[in-house]
Design a binder for this molecule. Structure first.
Ligand code: HEM
Length: 451
């Protein structure tokens, strides 16, 4: 029997001109890279405008993310495409401003709080299953998982479902924003000289300010409810009432709009991408689908404790995040001159960390391109999980929502498979491309039927 492999984008030839590279880049950063990056420890991109280094060696990744994060701050340039929408959100800031924001936000996402967040998450999962049961047949699943993940965010943050008028508007306008704002990847990885003006497509700024106005409506209503003592005990209330332990200050209304915008963006795009790929992989590997479906019986009692029994589902989700890390690459900037692998890294160089390449590194992983959720129980899998697995980044700037996402993903996956059987659709194998997150070029199509 020939083994079916999960889809992998084609690599470009080893040598291409700068302009061809930029052109490929604009189309998709994954297929713009040469295959040798799956074997390299480090690579340098030198052009007339900038120097970038792709760091693919575990100890160097650790140095940048975990050991010396202050010397490798977030690059300003990644902020350019997102600033109109995200303002000074925790995703974009550096230094003291960022540290203060994390001190206020982190307590809301602590492990212990997940139990309180769980009922809202589960309600969103139930609504997603009901929508899919209502459709059946041929379904484009990315659309569905986006809907579900956005619902999770609104229910956990503001105790409102996506059907709420303001929530629904944020969701649809946000999609338009992304479509009109293609600069993000390019600006981040191929930094343009600072003097070059930045153009946003017509409507992008307008759209961003409209989204922010909608969010401001939610935060100001919430502020009033907190003051009146009638606010629900959800993530928004928790964040808006948490004092910075060092200064005693709380977020003001504007700051909270920035943070809600990033929770919405970082929290729904990523989970939606991972869940869509996980469902596709389940269609491709029915033996694993059956295992997840059988295990999902544990969810019958509806308790938070039952989630810890979803071991196979969690391994499947973890394997999905390895093969299709929703954030395929991250960029940092060297704040001072460095020496990496006997190469001079000048101050200001862009340091690209690539979960996409690290997770499929041919010299680190056994069967790097294969789908094997059982690997997490092997020596190689455990070693690589420590050294070469960063779907949520690592160190001080690790994703705030990592614990949240590792409950949400396996939970929704299990709840869907408990009720529905899914199969791939002939002639519609998805091709991974990186937009804001790793998505499929033409959607992910599945055939759904009741179990
Ligand atoms: C499968 C789902 C998710 C994945 C793969 C993911 C991945 C990531 C990654 C890689 C980063 C670091 C980006 C960088 O340094 O450039 C990040 C940051 C962040 N994520 Fe997530 N994320 C997920 C879900 C969530 C959720 C559910 C939330 C919130 C509800 C969230 C909130 C954030 C925030 C606020 C940051 C910025 C942290 C900082 O810079 O200090 N994420 N995420």
């Amino acid at each position: 029997m020939t083994q079916v492999m999960p889809p992998k984008p084609p690599a470009r030839p080893d040598r291409v001109s700068l302009w061809r590279y930029v052109k490929l880049f604009r189309q998709d950063i994954l297929s713009a890279q040469p295959a040798k990056l799956y074997r390299a420890w480090m690579a340098e991109f030198r052009t007339p405008f900038f120097r970038s280094f792709l760091v693919n060696q575990p100890d160097l990744v650790k140095r940048v993310l975990k050991e010396r994060p202050d010397d490798f701050p977030k690059s300003d340039r990644i902020a350019e495409g997102l600033k109109p929408l995200l303002g000074n959100s925790v995703f974009l800031t550096n230094g003291e401003a960022w540290k203060r924001q994390r001190r206020i936000i982190d307590p809301a996402f602590e492990g212990g709080r997940l139990k309180d967040t769980f009922p809202a998450m589960r309600a969103a999962a139930e609504a997603a299953v009901a929508r899919l049961e209502g459709q059946q047949g041929l379904v484009e699943i990315e659309e569905e998982t986006s809907h579900a993940a956005a619902d999770v965010i609104f229910r956990t943050l503001f105790s409102i479902p996506i059907e709420h008028e303001v929530a629904g508007q944020v969701f649809t306008r946000f999609r338009d924003y992304q479509r009109s704002q293609p600069l993000l990847n390019l600006a981040a990885f191929v930094p343009l000289p600072r003097w070059m003006p930045r153009f946003f497509r017509r409507g992008t700024r307008q759209n961003a300010s409209e989204i922010r106005a909608l969010i401001a409506q939610l935060t100001s209503e919430r502020m009033a409810a907190i003051e009146a003592g009638t606010a629900p005990d959800d993530l928004a209330t928790k964040i808006m009432t948490t004092r910075d332990p060092e200064t005693g200050s709380t977020f003001d209304a504007d700051e909270m709009v920035d943070q809600v915008a990033i929770f919405f963006l970082a929290g729904h795009e990523t989970s939606a991408s991972a869940l869509a790929w996980a469902l596709y992989l389940m269609a491709l590997y029915p033996e694993w689908q059956e295992k997840v479906a059988a295990e999902a019986a544990a969810l019958e009692d509806g308790s938070f404790a039952a989630v810890s029994k979803l071991k196979i589902s969690r391994d499947v989700f973890r394997e999905t995040l390895r093969l299709y890390p929703p954030v395929p690459m991250m960029v940092r900037e060297a704040a001072c001159p460095e020496r990496f692998r006997n190469r001079d890294v000048p101050k200001g160089a862009q340091m690209v960390l690539s979960p996409w390449h690290l997770h499929r590194h041919e010299r680190l992983w056994e069967n790097p391109d294969g789908f094997d959720p059982a690997r997490w129980q092997t020596e190689n899998g455990k070693q690589c999980q420590r050294d070469a697995y960063i779907p949520f980044s690592a160190g001080a700037r690790v994703c705030t929502g990592a614990g949240f996402a590792m409950v949400e993903g396996p939970l929704i996956l299990s709840m869907i498979l408990r009720r529905l059987r899914i199969e791939p659709v002939a002639g519609k194998a998805p091709v991974p491309v990186a937009h804001l997150t790793v998505r499929s070029q033409n959607g992910i199509w599945l055939q759904l039927s009741p179990r």
